[in-house]
Design a protein around this ligand. Structure first.
Ligand SMILES: C[S@@+](CC[C@H](N)C(=O)[O-])C[C@H]1O[C@@H](n2cnc3c(N)ncnc32)[C@H](O)[C@@H]1O
Length: 218
């Protein structure tokens, strides 16, 4: 299950893997008492469950549902009561580009890319606020994300995972863990000059909702 360590039996899961299945299984065992996720608000085609064999979440939604049993909802405005859920797995788009997409599938294009980094960060931030509202105290958000750059180094390095951690902490989450997913088989285009490391990894950030301390009540 893991290229480096196969330690599932002995519960010694390690923090780097080339397998989403290994990471998601480990997260459920370590943090969720081996329970399934309560909500996946960016369900898409459900690759996590249909391909990797993870148990389907209790609730599934997406702004652009691909199946009839997936609720149409924006992750910034969800139809749950406050303090209702134990866990959320969030896998939003991580790309942005300021040019018109060549992809002819308009719906797919519209929800797969952001126009700017600010737009991406705003969506992440507003979604985290909504997750904070609907999660119970000590509930978990598992946030899959990736940094952005290009191979030549001509664009800035967008260390997205750092911004997400800052935003989540500001809202009232604590960062409990980071797991790195590597893709050694990723196709990397040639460029004349290499200006930075080519990224073959993404992150699973594990956040926990903490109670806000109201000093006025002390
Ligand atoms: C990277 S895909 C998720 C893949 C999914 N984890 C899977 O296993 O198939 C991102 C999904 O986020 C959805 N999305 C984009 N913006 C959204 C929003 N504001 N609210 C809810 N879903 C959104 C897209 O429609 C897309 O299906």
């Amino acid at each position: 299950m893991n290229k480096f360590f196969d330690t599932e039996e002995s519960m010694k899961f390690v923090s780097v893997s080339d397998s989403d299945k290994y990471i998601l299984t480990a997260i459920q065992k370590i943090y969720l008492n081996n329970n399934r996720f309560d909500l996946d608000p960016t369900y898409s085609k459900g690759v996590f469950y249909k391909k990797f064999g993870i148990e389907e979440p209790h609730f599934k939604s997406d702004i652009n549902p691909q199946y009839k049993d997936v609720i149409k909802a924006d992750s910034r405005n969800l139809c749950f009561k406050s303090n209702e859920l134990h866990s959320i797995i969030f896998d939003p788009p991580f790309l942005f580009r300021d040019r018109i997409s060549k992809n002819t599938d308009l719906m797919c294009t519209r929800f797969s890319y952001f126009n700017t980094y600010d737009e991406l960060i705003n969506m992440y931030s507003e979604s985290l606020l909504e997750f904070y509202r609907i999660l119970k105290n000590k509930g978990f958000v598992i946030f899959k994300c990736q940094d952005m750059t290009d191979g030549s180094g001509s664009r800035p390095f967008y260390d997205t995972h750092v911004d997400i951690i800052k935003i989540a902490r500001n809202i009232g989450f604590s960062l409990r863990d980071i797991v790195i997913l590597t893709k050694f088989n990723k196709i990397i285009k040639n460029s004349k000059k290499q200006g930075c490391f080519r990224k073959i990894h993404s992150y699973y950030l594990i956040f926990r909702k903490e109670k806000k301390v109201n000093f006025g009540e002390m």
